[in-house]
Design a protein around this ligand. Structure first.
Ligand SMILES: C[S@@+](CC[C@H](N)C(=O)[O-])C[C@H]1O[C@@H](n2cnc3c(N)ncnc32)[C@H](O)[C@@H]1O
Length: 256
């Protein structure tokens, strides 16, 4: 197995069980004919693309992600154009539907990225995207960086995940509207209820090699193997004894 396949396999093993219910919510929220052109933004290993194709095999999907490693999970997927990159790499489209599962909170500038996605959409096109809810967006990442700082003084990212506060429904709606999307609606999505220390650790580190919070931001890549083991130990020791309640995420829908 190549490094590339390994990253996708680890993601599918450690993160997909938590991400899949959110992807399924997006698929359920869409009303499609089956002949639309779809943009899957931050497609990863392709949870939404594959779920959409199971329901509508004829859909033309463009799957975009900064991680070539994760995208290798879509190498064999029919009717799928795979593009390595962020929002600046989105082709002109126009797309009928933009989907994005658990990605927007990782973007350095979500308003700018959402504007680029809208510009590549035909007028009236649909957006359906999820983000993690407030409790999860802060707590595991905060604990990760506290553990890292305890092992490597100064290893703290002030810009750590959660800085956009997209887990706040009003904030999420404002960010999407600021990017020029109309008819913005936000509703809760129930994910997996609880996550234990080791599962949370695997969830975080399976985001490698793009970094704990994606696309090279806040990566713990600089930590060597020994440090990682110590951070792991520290992280697990700091986790609540009872599995952490992985509360609801949010689904935002809108029109271009
Ligand atoms: C939690 S994963 C979700 C992947 C996939 N959508 C799913 O449902 O499994 C987050 C994804 O966001 C991608 N990502 C991180 N920063 C990004 C950015 N600035 N633009 C687009 N995608 C990004 C990561 O590479 C990763 O694949």
């Amino acid at each position: 197995m190549t490094d590339r396949d390994l990253a996708a396999t680890r993601y599918d093993r450690d993160v997909a069980p938590f991400a899949r219910p959110f992807a399924a919510t997006i698929v359920r929220a869409l009303r499609l004919n089956g002949d639309e052109s779809i943009l899957d933004f931050g497609a990863g290993t392709g949870l939404i693309t594959k779920a959409l194709h199971r329901k509508y095999p004829g859909l033309a999907v463009t799957a975009l992600d900064p991680s070539a490693e994760f995208l290798s999970g879509l190498a064999e997927e029919p009717n799928t154009e795979v593009i390595v990159g962020g929002a600046e790499a989105v082709p002109s489209g126009p797309f009928d539907v933009v989907v994005s599962n658990l990605v927007l909170m990782f973007c350095a500038d979500p308003v700018s990225d959402l504007s680029l996605l809208r510009a590549a959409s035909r007028p009236g096109a649909s957006l359906a995207a999820t983000v993690l809810g407030r409790a999860f967006e802060v707590e595991p990442f905060h604990r990760f960086w506290s553990a890292a700082a305890a092992v490597v003084p100064g290893a703290w990212s002030p810009d750590c995940y959660g800085h956009h506060r997209l887990g706040d429904p009003h904030r999420l709606a404002d960010v999407v509207a600021a990017a020029g999307w109309r008819d913005v609606q936000v509703r809760p999505v129930v994910g997996r209820r609880r996550i234990g220390a080791e599962a949370a650790w695997r969830w975080l580190v399976s985001a490698l090699p793009v970094g704990v919070t994606g696309a090279g931001h806040d990566s713990y890549g600089p930590l060597d193997e020994l440090c990682r083991d110590r951070v792991h130990h520290q992280f697990v020791g700091q986790w609540p004894l009872r599995p952490w309640p992985l509360s609801a995420g949010l689904l935002v829908s809108a029109r271009a």
